[in-house]
Design a protein around this ligand. Structure first.
Ligand code: NAP
Length: 251
């Protein structure tokens, strides 16, 4: 195996994905920063380069089969065959069930589930050939149920089943698959949730600090740290798991 391994992080222009890309770069990976908007991904790439790491920005919609194939081909030729994949790209289209449109249902399923499937299918042969691979799928505490998120919670629960099946199918090739289920992480996505609820983001954070056992909301780096562990060589006996990164259970 070459000394520099390649990792792909989707939805890495900002938020959790950007923190994961930075962390994997500092762990020594060459990182493909995949996002819808390639220009937006440049900021993450520049930050990685400033810290001495290696990365490329790749524009792709993870729900589009052709764009996924083209993106992974580019990663192979510019950085090398990927052995780590973090399926992090995500959107929310929240509404109460009785008001939810089919478009909002489909959009969320496409990015989270179809996107994770297409990306994973596109890279699995590289991992099998390397006899080493680490797949990390971004689920959510919403998988346990969350008002106004019937589409998102179904997709995030679906990702947990997807993860466990990948672990069963790919384990004998040295490939692990795990899911991370973050709770409240301070990003644009939770800021959008506050706006939907008609709340100031600061008030939503204050409510989170009261409800979360460790007394604070999460930061993207909390999730990145867990990805770093799951992607590490020594985590090879951890597979098919869902790790809740949520500051403790809420009663
Ligand atoms: P974010 O700040 O909204 O970032 C998500 C990124 O994904 C954006 O850069 C977005 O691009 C990109 N993206 C969306 N659709 C895409 C597509 N089809 N193809 C490629 N990229 C796409 O969200 P975040 O809070 O960092 O969340 C990251 C992941 O963690 C998501 O899967 C989310 O569901 C999950 N999560 C977040 C929290 C939380 O509290 N924040 C909690 C649990 C789970 P654009 O900017 O162009 O839309």
């Amino acid at each position: 195996m070459s000394s520099t391994r390649t990792a792909i992080v989707t939805g890495a222009a900002r938020g959790i994905g950007a923190a994961v890309a930075l962390r994997l770069a500092s762990d020594g990976y060459a990182v493909a920063v995949v996002d819808l908007d390639e220009t937006a991904s440049e900021a993450t790439v520049e930050q990685i380069a400033a810290e001495g790491g290696r990365a490329v920005a790749v524009g792709a919609d993870v729900a589009d089969e052709q764009q996924v194939r083209a993106a992974v081909d580019r990663v192979r030729s510019e950085l090398g065959a990927p052995v780590v994949l973090v399926n992090n790209a995500g959107i929310i289209r929240d509404n109460l069930m009785f008001k939810m449109t089919v478009e909002d249902w489909n959009a969320v399923m496409s990015v989270h589930l179809r996107g994770a499937f297409l990306m994973t299918r596109a890279v699995q042969a590289d991992m099998v050939e390397a006899k080493f691979g680490r797949i990390v799928n971004m689920s959510s505490t919403a998988a346990l149920g969350n008002r106004g998120q019937v589409n998102y919670s179904a997709a995030k629960a679906g990702l947990q089943g997807f993860t466990k099946t990948l672990a069963i199918e790919l384990g004998k090739f040295g490939v692990t698959a795990n899911a991370i289920a973050p709770g409240f992480i301070r990003t644009d996505m939770t800021a959008a949730t506050a706006a939907r609820m008609g709340m100031d983001f600061a008030d939503l954070i204050a409510a989170g600090e009261k409800a979360i056992p460790v007394g604070r909301v999460g930061e993207p780096e909390d999730v990145a740290h867990t990805v770093s562990f799951l992607a590490s060589q020594d985590a090879g006996f951890v597979s098919g798991q869902v790790i809740y990164v949520s500051g403790g259970p809420q009663g």
